[in-house]
Design a protein around this ligand. Structure first.
Ligand SMILES: [Zn+2]
Length: 425
């Protein structure tokens, strides 16, 4: 099995002065297409939004080309795709009961695939409203150890669909070059190119929730069965007879088998989820440190979590997936979107960030933090923090990458950086 990794390299473009206006005009038309697609496809709450790119293309592509005076065909297609992709994410959020609204495009950002741009190691040629414009890269004098040297100029990586941005303060254009490389899962580089599935364990609601939004096991049912067993045992023990004693033992054994079986189903689901997302690691919170949080201090809960982790580690090993733990501090209070950490953010199962208003299931939010913590830990452990290591964590829609800056500041990456690197079989 191989999987694809993408590194985004930001490189300043040397745009000829007399061609800057062409890029601005191109961006205006690109935005026009994206906004019009969003207008057309956004139908919430009256009816279902359109999330299919081909459906949108069939309906409005011809009009958009005409209305933009025949903007390059692939730019129109990419604008349509951007809007339908974003709406698809919005629909995901709506399904989860989160707040969202129709996407709007007002910042400079143009998506260039290989038909609207020709990528070279020293320059790029971009389609504009006024023919192509050739822009040389402004590279650092010494590229060794920089992202430019490691990816942009590295033949192991090839260009894929990238974006062009504009910094109005500096009046500079930038290419965010998406550099792709296929990596064999069995190669030694696997350790450096890690991808983490985060798991949050709970004493109520679901037993485990993953950073990919998978809810596993019913903790309430699990606890209820346990209580029934306890009650039966208590009443039998009161009779004090020898046969009652033997019965207690027998139902004790039966319950032991039942709960192990139940956890086996949960651990299978977790490992399956890690496989499905081609993860190299599964992250749990360190059990020693969450003991305080298990409110009624139940030995049973501790046993259950420990057993679940043991089973997951054992099963994951077959696939070469490593199970590791992180410190549990603040995983439940921190916003996985903006990093704001406040006790008040969480109210039972409900998480609502007081800073950015991100509203989400509290355990799912925690699972994303657990995943991010291990990705950061793995990144820190790498020898060359500036390049080499490629640490990601798996989310419901694609993956998030932690980079050297994130490691230094330990602030979460923003949602815009959520990429969609998909594993290839
Ligand atoms: Zn927030």
């Amino acid at each position: 099995m191989a999987w694809e990794v993408t590194r985004t390299v930001r490189v300043r473009l040397d745009v000829p002065d007399n061609r800057k206006s062409d890029l601005h005009a191109t961006n205006s038309k690109f935005q026009y297409c994206a906004n019009h697609t969003a207008d057309w496809a956004w139908r919430y709450p009256e009816e279902d939004c359109v999330t299919s790119k081909s459906e949108a293309e069939a309906a409005i592509y011809d009009d958009l080309r005409e209305e933009t005076d025949y903007l390059h065909a692939n730019l129109v297609q990419k604008a349509i795709k951007r809007a339908t992709d974003d709406i698809d994410n919005c629909v995901d959020r709506l399904t989860e009961g989160e707040n969202t609204s129709r996407p709007q495009y007002d910042t400079f950002s143009i998506v260039y695939d290989k038909r609207a741009a020709s990528y070279y190691r020293d320059k790029v040629s971009l389609a504009t409203v006024n023919g192509r414009v050739e822009c040389e890269y402004e590279l650092p004098y010494d590229v060794e150890g920089t992202p430019h040297g490691e990816y942009l100029l590295n033949d192991d990586y090839s260009f894929s669909t990238s974006t062009v941005h504009y910094d109005s303060e500096a009046d500079e254009f930038y290419l965010h070059a998406a550099m792709k490389r296929e990596i064999d899962a069995s190669s030694p580089e696997k350790a450096e190119h890690s991808k983490v599935l985060g798991v949050d364990c709970n004493v109520d609601d679901h037993i485990a929730v993953t950073s990919t939004g998978q809810f596993v096991g019913n903790a309430d049912y699990f606890n209820h069965t346990r209580h029934e067993f306890e009650n039966r045992r208590a009443s039998l023990q009161q009779t004090g007879t020898r046969s009652a004693h033997l019965t207690v033992q027998r139902i004790g054994d039966r319950f032991g088998r039942w709960s192990e079986d139940y956890l086996h189903r949960c651990s299978n689901e977790l490992v399956e989820e890690a496989r499905r997302h081609v993860c190299t690691h599964i992250a749990f919170e360190d059990l020693e440190q969450i003991r305080d949080r298990i409110s009624d201090g139940k030995k049973f809960q501790q046993w259950a979590f420990r057993e679940l982790q043991r089973q997951v580690a054992y099963k994951a090993e077959e696939d070469g997936i490593i199970v590791d733990t992180v410190e549990p501090q603040y995983t439940s209070q921190q916003c996985s979107m903006c990093g704001c950490t406040l006790e008040e953010n969480r109210d039972g199962q409900h998480f609502e960030c007081l800073d950015c208003s991100y509203t989400v299931n509290a355990d799912y939010n925690a699972a994303k933090n657990v995943a991010r913590k291990l990705a950061l830990k793995l990144q820190r452990g790498q020898k060359s923090p500036a390049g080499g290591a490629f640490c990601q964590y798996a989310l419901k829609s694609g993956t998030m990458t932690v980079n050297a800056t994130d490691v230094a500041s330990d602030t979460p990456v923003s949602a815009e950086r959520e990429s969609t690197d998909k594993p290839t079989a």
